[in-house]
Design a protein around this ligand. Structure first.
Ligand SMILES: O=C(CO)[C@H](O)[C@H](O)COP(=O)(O)O
Ligand SMILES: [Co+2]
Length: 214
């Protein structure tokens, strides 16, 4: 069954405990945490202290999406704060295999993320070593953007590679996911869908989770 990862980027930051509890009660599988540094992406969001603050209020794995330069410097702090899955952008990691090894050495599951224009070839030689591949379907930096349909072809490419090299791979999609775009992603082989606006702004969160899951 497709897993759903609500992004707290779209939550009310003044009530994060409630917002995390609300997502869990609505049937979410992961809590997605968007970390932005104002360098790799043109926005600044949250650090390990926010992960530490929400962790006691949910039993769901915290799926931490690092949109930061030099992620190796911060991976131990995010793990100590309670991250279960730590994903890094391939575009920020000149020594990607070393960074993946560091995530595993810290005891977390590892993910590697690709921007919409970055070819799948870039991760061909690490796909067997990671737990998750995250494909961006918007340019990272902000919630509430429109889905880039060209990225769907990359989901098929990753699913094809995964069948050959890593059948347990989580294939996660992030950006502009709603009921319609979710269906195209699921059909192409995605098995984890991140959704911020369409879940946190929904009138009925449980219904939104259900319809995105399909
Ligand atoms: O990584 C992200 C942005 O860089 C967010 O996870 C993503 O944009 C989710 O928000 P929405 O569902 O509103 O597009
Ligand atoms: Co994200």
């Amino acid at each position: 069954m497709t897993k759903i990862a609500p992004s707290i980027l779209a939550a009310d930051f003044s009530r994060l405990q409630d917002e995390v509890e609300r997502a869990e009660a609505a049937g979410a599988d992961f809590i997605h945490v968007d970390v932005m540094d104002g360098h790799f992406v043109p926005n600044i969001t949250m650090g390990p202290n926010v992960v530490e603050a929400i962790q006691p209020h949910t039993s769901l794995p915290l799926d931490v999406h690092l949109m930061i330069e030099n992620p190796d410097q911060y991976i131990p702090a995010f793990r100590q704060a309670g991250a279960s899955i730590i994903s890094v952008h391939a575009e920020t990691c000149p020594h990607l295999h070393r960074t993946i090894s560091l995530i595993h050495a810290e005891g977390a599951k590892s993910g590697v993320v690709l921007n919409p224009h970055t070819p799948v070839d870039m991760i061909k030689h690490v796909i067997a070593d990671v737990d998750l591949v995250l494909l961006m379907t918007v340019n990272p930096g902000f919630g509430g953007q429109s889905f880039i349909p060209e990225a769907v072809e990359k989901i098929r490419e990753v699913a094809h590679l995964a069948a050959e090299k890593n059948p347990e791979l989580l294939i996660e999609i992030d950006g502009g996911i709603n009921e319609e775009t979710a269906a195209a992603c699921r059909d192409a082989g995605a098995n984890v869908l991140v959704a911020g606006s369409s879940i946190y702004k929904a009138e009925n969160m449980a219904e939104a989770v259900k319809s995105i899951r399909g």
